[in-house]
Design a protein around this ligand. Structure first.
Ligand code: HEC
Ligand code: HEC
Length: 193
């Protein structure tokens, strides 16, 4: 009788600890590329700290499908995204969304970048970025955080949208109208070091 009681009690204490260990192993694996706290180890590895929860959940799901993702993101993230079930995606998104974001560090072309960010390109029918990404790039329900993200990563994503290697209607329409110098200026204004 005593044995029968002890076994469920032991399982009750051991299982959550084992699950916690798995969760920590997963984060350690992610951070082997995304760096401790997911602040980006190289300039082309995105930061996840302070990114919007809904966007992270959605993008982790999207990266399990080859349909609308760039070849580069599939090469580096396809197998990683497939490791995660829905519950793990939500747990990881919560973890990183709750970490403080890095700040933007304006570069030499920030003034032009800010002008584009705030006004869009009215003659080409490009909506101001701030209407979806927030007044200061902090993100909103309509779009992810951009402020403080790695500059090279931001520029590469704008190129991926421009070339429709990454498929997203409003962002393809936006990025196709941008000249190379304008992409650099936007990254200079929004990105962190
Ligand atoms: C082999 C290195 C590597 C590993 C391991 C890795 N990532 Fe990534 N991850 C990248 C790179 C590089 C990109 C940028 C891909 C691109 O250029 O589109 C990326 C992109 C992402 C993005 C998209 C960010 C955005 O702003 O849209 C998310 C979210 C993400 N990774 C989460 C994770 C999680 C969670 C794990 C662990 C389960 C993980 N990554 C493991 C390298 C890695
Ligand atoms: C109509 C709303 C809208 C407008 C306007 C818009 N965006 Fe976006 N943007 C989005 C959404 C939604 C996504 C996420 C796409 C996805 O889920 O793959 C996104 C994604 C991005 C990304 C990739 C972020 C990442 O972490 O991978 C960048 C960079 C970006 N936008 C820059 C801009 C810039 C710069 C402008 C203005 C020139 C702009 N956007 C205008 C809605 C918008």
């Amino acid at each position: 009788m005593r044995k029968m009681l002890i076994v469920p009690l032991l399982m009750g204490t051991l299982l959550p600890a084992a699950a916690q260990q798995t969760a920590q192993d997963t984060l350690a694996h992610c951070e082997s590329c995304h760096a401790p706290g997911a602040r980006g180890r190289t300039s082309a590895t995105p930061r996840l700290n302070g990114q919007s929860y809904d966007y992270l959940v959605g993008r982790l799901g999207a990266m399990t499908s080859a349909l609308d993702q760039s070849p580069h993101s599939l090469q580096v993230m396809w197998s990683n995204a497939h490791r995660l079930d829905d519950a793990a995606r939500r747990r990881i998104a919560r973890h990183y969304a709750d970490l403080p974001a890095d700040k933007a560090v304006p570069g030499p072309q920030a003034a032009l970048g800010r002008q584009l960010y705030e006004n869009g390109l009215p003659d080409e029918g490009v909506t101001p970025c701030r209407s979806c990404h927030g007044a200061n790039g902090e993100g909103s329900d309509a779009g992810p955080r951009l402020a403080g993200q790695r500059k090279d990563y931001l520029a590469e994503q704008l190129w991926a949208f421009n070339l429709v290697a990454r498929v997203h209607g409003p962002m393809n329409h936006t990025a196709m109208q941008l000249m190379p110098g304008q992409i650099d200026a936007l990254a200079s204004y929004l990105g962190g070091e």
